[in-house]
Design a protein around this ligand. Structure first.
Ligand code: IMO
Ligand code: MG
Length: 441
């Protein structure tokens, strides 16, 4: 029995969804623990591509229960569209459960998201670059203790009273539904979703007692965490291992494994510090080769190089017990690969931890080491890896992975070399701090 948290180690879009999907083959429960439709988890099933925003990837597997958990903010209208999309692709094989404690994103949250971005643009000279899905405002109302939860959607009187109070706190632009209209719409959507809405903590506690495997599917990432990310260029939830426990109701001592997911390079969507960003031709080439466009908003992602200062920070913050390194195929064919080992700060001082104030990143320069690159991931090489496993991995790639282990003290246990399920390699349990000896055996 294991409880495994899959956590983004960078700025999101590390392929957490794909790694969770592969792991879910042996799980009984997969739980989204935070965020909402800001997430975009892409899963490739044969020729079909699915992007899940508010559903956990567990709903795609027969015999698995996919829970959208208590820590989430859920847009019920968007959720229906998403469920219909998955159904139309004949992919809804698992059981879908929605936490009754998840908060509801309402139409006005989206307007507020846009309005808040305008304030930031005026004040900071730059927007956060939110996904515009109403995430921040929905969490603000949750903290304000006048938010609505999925549990409220089958109580006409209570719902109306709560909406009245909630909307009285806002100055709303014209065109949004009135309290009466919104009450009616929410009751309707609530009725349709009712078969899925339940208290999910007891389901998970019973699962723990039976010894069933549970995966906590992280969304966003450690560096977008409200407290520990590059504030204020962060999201409004806690996408860390600790946050995954708060957002699921699983007690901390039950957590067995924390897998940190990182790309072999780095990307970021939206504003905020990104010391290793490459704004030149190489960054453009990465965007092209990696198909780096947002799965939720379609925005081009900023691209750059792996940052070991941030990866070490994320490792310590989350207690990663292993790493999953994704998109290694995208770097195939490069002579050498830049990796930031540390930062050079003002006056040439070396820094091995990230600054707290976002603006202080402007005065830093990453100090790169250049690691020998590996050959292109041709269909033939992919086939050999599928057949022969670790032995077929290019030796340069093994050295690169070993380097990450040395830098973080955490074994790389998973490598992803394509979007397909079977383009994922399990390297084995890394018991020691360094898997180098195991691989050279
Ligand atoms: P997945 O789960 C990448 C970013 C947004 C913005 C900031 C705040 O696919 O990895 P928000 O809408 O959350 O208020 O936006 O956070 N962001 C993500 N970036 N992947 C995500 O999710 C993200 N979710 C939010 O781009 O900079
Ligand atoms: Mg994404």
């Amino acid at each position: 029995m294991t409880v495994t948290a899959v956590i983004g180690a960078q700025f999101g879009d590390e392929a957490k969804g794909k790694i969770t999907d592969v792991l879910s083959e042996r799980a009984k429960y997969v739980v989204r623990t935070g965020g909402g439709p800001n997430a975009g988890h892409t899963i490739k099933l044969g020729d079909t591509s699915l992007v899940l925003h508010q559903l956990s990837v567990g709903v795609l597997r027969r015999g698995v229960t996919g829970i959208s958990g208590p820590g989430m903010v859920i847009d019920p209208f968007q959720l229906e569209v998403e469920i219909a999309d998955v159904q139309s692709k004949h992919a809804l094989h698992g059981t879908l459960v929605l936490s009754d404690k998840a908060h509801v994103i309402l139409p006005h949250h989206r307007s507020e998201d846009a309005w808040e971005e305008g304030l930031r643009a005026k004040g900071y000279g730059v927007e956060n670059g939110t996904t515009g899905r109403g995430i921040g405002p929905a969490y603000e109302d949750r903290s304000g203790r006048w938010g609505l939860r999925l549990a409220d959607l089958d109580r006409p009187e209570l719902l109306r009273r709560r909406l009245d109070v909630l909307l009285s706190t806002k100055t709303l632009p014209p065109g949004l539904p009135s309290v009466d209209e919104l009450t009616a719409q929410l009751l309707e959507v609530g009725e349709r979703l009712a078969p899925h809405i339940q208290s999910t903590e007891p389901i998970l506690w019973d699962a723990l007692q039976r010894g069933d495997s549970i995966i906590l599917e992280g969304a966003q990432s450690a560096l977008l965490d409200l407290d520990f990310g590059t504030y204020p260029y962060v999201t409004s939830s806690h996408p860390t291992a600790a946050g995954a426990l708060v957002g699921s109701g699983i007690p901390p001592q039950e957590l067995n494994e924390v897998i940190g997911v990182t790309k072999a390079y780095a990307t970021r969507v939206g504003a905020g510090p990104f010391p290793t960003e490459d704004t030149g031709a190489m960054g453009e080439a990465l965007r092209e080769a990696g198909g780096e466009r947002g799965a939720t908003t379609g925005r081009p992602r900023r691209c750059g190089w792996l940052d070991l200062v941030l990866l070490r920070y994320a490792t310590r913050l989350n207690g990663f017990t292993s790493l999953a390194v994704t998109k290694v195929d995208v770097l195939g064919g490069m002579d050498s690969i830049p990796v930031a080992a540390e930062y050079e700060g003002p006056g040439g001082a070396r820094m091995s931890t990230p600054p707290t104030v976002a603006e202080d990143y402007d005065a830093l320069h990453p100090v790169y080491e250049h690691i020998p690159g590996w050959p292109e991931f041709t269909p033939r090489l992919k086939e050999r890896i599928r057949r022969d496993g670790v032995h077929a991995l290019p030796s340069e790639l093994k050295r690169f992975l070993a380097h990450l282990t040395e830098a973080t003290g955490v074994p790389v246990e998973w490598v992803s070399y394509g979007a397909r399920r079977d383009e994922t390699l399990f390297l084995g349990r890394g018991k020691t701090a360094s898997p180098v000896s195991r691989w050279s055996a």
